[in-house]
Design a binder for this molecule. Structure first.
Ligand SMILES: Cc1cc2nc3c(=O)[nH]c(=O)nc-3n(C[C@H](O)[C@H](O)[C@H](O)COP(=O)(O)OP(=O)(O)OC[C@H]3O[C@@H](n4cnc5c(N)ncnc54)[C@H](O)[C@@H]3O)c2cc1C
Length: 511
């Protein structure tokens, strides 16, 4: 595994050890489990002995957080994933509860739960999705009602990875039906539900297209008694607890895909270098070289993004955009890479005798589990445009008197004091020349005009009444944007004012 310059010595050593153990011990064990569709218990024991389950757990609770951290957890997952489904026991244990117990748990909860998770004796699962709440995860229906020192939990969860084998389930439940709590996202509570609690059972195990041998399925809670002592943070804080763990969860969902990509590349390369057709290796064909070149640059970009996000998590920086990009980019490009690796290998790629077809099946699931690529794009759009707001603001532009084309003004122009609606119409008409076809937002108009909100609104309504401006209203009915109408253009300036001909145009052709 290639290191990044910011990794500490312990992380570099971990990378070296993890690669060696994966190549020499885990690969044969895990490939056999995947073929037989068996849960990889043997491999779990090996990984537990290495202390891998405790990558993010502090030393005082038996883990290695101080030296490994989120970066170390990602290193382990990248390597282990090369062997197949080993990230199923590891991943949910790492992000299903550990982060939340550390940040929102009590000292009693940490001491009681973390040491056995660190040693791999008790594995974890993250329990959010329900039959009727998937991408819209705030719509959780499983309820928890307080009864003395217990919560009585009723409901169902589905698509939970590592069910049955896990003992610690980081579960989100609904504790308030009040509409005002729902609006403020204060309707959810985080509970640690443990295997063996009365009323908690496994309802169904899924037959998945991939993740061979991994347990994934539905869970049922019927009057399940959960001690209040198992609640993380306060009642109503569930959404915050859930969100606080998502960055780490996304980074740790990107990491396994990195290992799967590396495997796909190495099998594709082995193949094209050894397969001779038309009296030459298929690797001599430029299009096959391009396929591998694309795999390599995509892998390197994905690793850079993922380990950068992991490093930020270790520095306790909140990096929701980077975490989302690392998961989305790695699994989306991982899917493309798996498809191209199968293609480069021809018929062999389509057989189960190479791991590439399994990687392709798993990669498809990766695009759905832990937040779909579409939902991550939504998040990146929303949070990205907000975070870059200042950078993304287009500069003030006017039509340059000499060149007659829109130019940035540099330092903003002094605003014109508005004395009548004509001043507003002039700016709207000018915008027709600078931003043809676009409306102006209220803030755009106020960059040019010195006017109160109330007066601007009044002038715009008056222009609308006279058919000189057209207004766009938001969902609440408030005026949000405005543009000039054709009548308004004519009223503001003579027709020749709007003309522009490039110098190279034949003047005789213009009319
Ligand atoms: C193998 C596997 C393992 C999983 N492991 C776990 C686990 O351990 N714990 C857990 O809690 N959950 C787990 N999940 C659940 C997973 O997180 C959800 O499946 C996922 O969030 C999508 O929810 P859904 O399946 O209900 O799809 P839906 O939400 O019904 O979405 C269907 C489609 O519509 C798209 N879509 C939905 N809303 C929007 C929107 N607003 N804009 C654009 N597109 C949208 C989605 O991207 C998707 O393509 C797992 C799922 C799988 C398949």
């Amino acid at each position: 595994m290639e290191y990044f310059p910011w990794w500490n010595e312990a992380q570099k050593k971990l990378a070296e050890d993890a690669k060696k153990i994966t190549d020499e011990v885990l690969m044969p064990l895990a490939e056999r489990s995947a073929w037989k569709k068996e849960y990889p218990w043997e491999a779990v024991k090996v990984m537990a002995k290495q202390g891998w389950f405790g990558a993010q757990i502090p030393k005082k609770y038996g883990g290695h957080a101080e030296e490994w951290g989120v970066t170390g957890a990602a290193i382990i997952l990248e390597e282990a994933a090369r062997a197949g489904e080993l990230t199923i026991p590891l991943g949910p244990t790492m992000f299903g509860g550990v982060h939340q117990i550390l940040h929102d748990g009590t000292e009693e909860q940490r001491q009681r739960l973390l040491p056995k998770i660190a040693t791999g004796e008790r594995m974890g699962a993250i329990t959010m999705t329900e039959p009727y709440a998937g991408s819209d995860i705030a719509a959780i229906e499983t309820t928890a009602v307080r009864d003395g020192d217990f919560y009585i939990v009723n409901g169902k969860k589905r698509f939970q990875t590592n069910i049955a084998t896990a003992e610690v389930y980081m579960t989100y439940v609904k504790t308030s039906e009040k509409p005002e709590d729902r609006t403020k996202y204060r309707h959810l509570t985080a509970l640690i539900i443990e295997k063996g609690m009365p009323g908690f059972s496994i309802e169904k195990v899924n037959e998945l297209m991939g993740y061979d041998g991994a347990y994934n399925g539905y869970m049922n809670f019927t009057n399940c008694k959960v001690p209040v002592a198992n609640r993380l943070s306060e009642e109503g804080e569930g959404w915050r607890v859930m969100m606080s763990g998502l960055n780490v969860e996304r980074v740790l969902n990107a990491a396994p895909a990195l290992g799967q990509i590396r495997e796909a590349i190495r099998y594709a390369l082995q193949h094209i270098q050894r397969r001779v057709q038309f009296r030459a290796p298929t690797g001599d064909i430029a299009t096959n070289q391009f396929k591998v070149a694309d795999m390599i640059w995509k892998l390197r970009m994905a690793r850079l993004m993922t380990y950068y996000a992991a490093y930020c998590c270790d520095l306790k920086q909140d990096v929701p955009i980077e975490a989302a990009i690392s998961k989305m980019f790695t699994v989306d490009e991982g899917m493309n890479i798996a498809v191209e690796a199968v293609q480069a290998m021809g018929g062999n790629g389509a057989t189960r005798f190479y791991p590439v077809e399994r990687i392709l099946r798993d990669m498809k699931i990766n695009q759905i589990a832990a937040g779909t690529s579409e939902v991550l794009r939504l998040l990146i759009y929303r949070m990205g445009t907000k975070a870059m707001q200042a950078d993304l603001k287009v500069p003030q532009r006017i039509v340059d008197p000499e060149l007659k084309v829109p130019m940035p003004v540099g330092k903003p122009l002094p605003k014109k004091k508005v004395s009548s609606e004509k001043d507003v119409l002039t700016v709207l008409a000018e915008n027709y020349r600078v931003n043809p076809g676009l409306h102006m937002m209220m803030e755009d108009l106020k960059e040019f005009l010195d006017v109160s909100d109330a007066d601007l609104n009044k002038h715009l309504l008056s222009l609308e009444k006279d058919n000189l401006a057209a207004l766009y209203r938001d969902k609440k009915g408030a005026v949000a944007m405005a543009r000039v109408t054709l009548v308004g253009l004519a009223k503001a300036n003579p027709p020749e004012y709007y003309r522009y001909y490039p110098s190279w145009i034949g003047k005789k052709d213009i009319f």
